[in-house]
Design a protein around this ligand. Structure first.
Ligand SMILES: [Zn+2]
Ligand SMILES: [Zn+2]
Length: 269
C-alpha cells in the first residue's frame, strides 16, 4: 500500500488475521460486521478457507471487498473431504486475492484413531505453498510435535506463515519462530485461565506477533460466549499490549505491519 493510501485508510488500523465470515453465523449480517469493524478501527481481515466446496464463498468475500482477503485450504477436522491434490491448491491460489494456503495442520483433539490421512493432507498443503510461493496458515491442536516435525520435513520454512490461534508452549512458539513462522494470538489470551499463554504472548519477538479472532468462535473477554466477529480483535490486541507493557497503538502498528509483510496483499488502486 502507498503511504497516501495508508493514510486514507487511517493506517495503522487493526487487522484480523484469521476469521470465517462465510460461516452461517454471519448470514445477512455482513454490513453490520463491516460497520462494527470500522467503528473499532479494524481495517482488514483475512477470510480463511476450511474446505474446497466452500472456498468460492470465501473468495466472494475477498472479491467483493477491498479490505477482505482469502486463503485456500482444507481444515484438519474435515475428514469427509478426503485427500487434497497440491496442484489443485496451487491453481486456486493463483487468484491475486488469495494470500495464503490454509488453514491446514493437525488436530488430534477432535479426531482420534489413525490420522495418517491428516498428516498426508498437511504435507500436500506445504508442498502447494512451496510451489506457489505463498505462506501457510497452520492450525495445531494437541499435535505440536508432529506439526513441527512435518513442517521441518517438508521445508515449510521456505514460505513461512503463521501458527494461528496459538495455545502451545513457549518452546513450541520458539521452534516455530526459528522456522520463520509468526505466532497469532486469539481471544483465548484474554481468558482468565490462560496465564501460561499470556507468558508466551509476552515472549514472542514483536516482529512475529499477529492477532486474530477466529470468528465466529472464541470471543474474547468481555464478550466470551457470544458470536465472535472481527471488530473484537481489538480486545485481543489490548490484552497482548497489556502483557507486553506496550502502548496499544504501538502493538497495533507492529502486528499490522507484520501482517502486510507476511501476506503481501495486492496494492489497492
Ligand atoms: Zn484453526
Ligand atoms: Zn479457523
Amino acid at each position: 500500500m502507498s503511504e497516501a493510501a495508508q493514510q486514507d485508510a487511517g493506517f495503522p488500523g487493526l487487522v484480523d488475521s484469521h476469521c470465517h465470515l462465510d460461516f452461517p453465523e454471519f448470514g445477512g449480517k455482513l454490513a453490520e460486521v463491516r460497520e462494527e469493524m470500522r467503528a473499532n478501527g479494524v481495517t482488514h481481515a483475512l477470510c480463511i478457507s476450511v474446505n474446497l466446496p466452500d472456498f468460492p464463498k470465501v473468495l466472494d468475500l475477498a472479491e467483493a471487498h477491498d479490505n477482505f482477503f482469502a486463503t485456500v485450504g482444507v481444515h484438519p477436522d474435515h475428514e469427509e473431504h478426503g485427500a487434497v491434490d497440491p496442484a489443485r491448491l496451487v491453481e486456486l491460489a493463483r487468484h491475486p486475492r488469495v494470500l495464503a494456503i490454509g488453514e491446514t495442520g493437525l488436530d488430534y483433539y477432535r479426531l482420534r484413531g489413525d490420522l495418517d490421512w491428516q498428516r498426508e493432507r498437511f504435507r500436500a498443503h506445504i508442498r502447494a505453498a512451496r510451489e506457489c510461493g505463498k505462506p501457510l496458515v497452520i492450525h495445531t491442536r494437541e499435535a505440536a510435535e508432529d506439526t513441527l516435525r512435518i513442517m521441518q520435513e517438508e521445508g515449510a520454512a521456505e514460505v513461512g506463515g503463521v501458527m494461528h490461534c496459538f495455545t502451545e508452549t513457549g518452546q513450541v512458539a520458539q521452534a516455530a519462530v526459528e522456522l520463520g513462522f509468526h505466532i497469532s494470538f486469539s481471544g483465548i489470551v484474554t481468558f482468565k485461565n490462560a496465564g501460561a499463554l499470556r507468558d508466551v504472548a509476552r515472549e514472542v519477538p514483536l516482529d512475529r506477533v499477529l492477532v486474530e479472532t477466529d470468528s465466529p468462535y472464541l470471543a474474547p473477554v468481555p464478550h466470551r460466549g457470544k458470536t465472535n466477529r472481527p471488530a473484537l480483535v481489538r480486545h485481543v490486541a489490548e490484552e497482548v499490549a497489556r502483557v507486553r507493557e506496550m502502548r496499544f497503538q504501538e502493538l497495533v502498528s507492529a502486528t499490522s505491519g507484520n501482517f502486510f509483510r507476511l501476506f503481501k496483499p495486492p496494492v489497492q488502486s
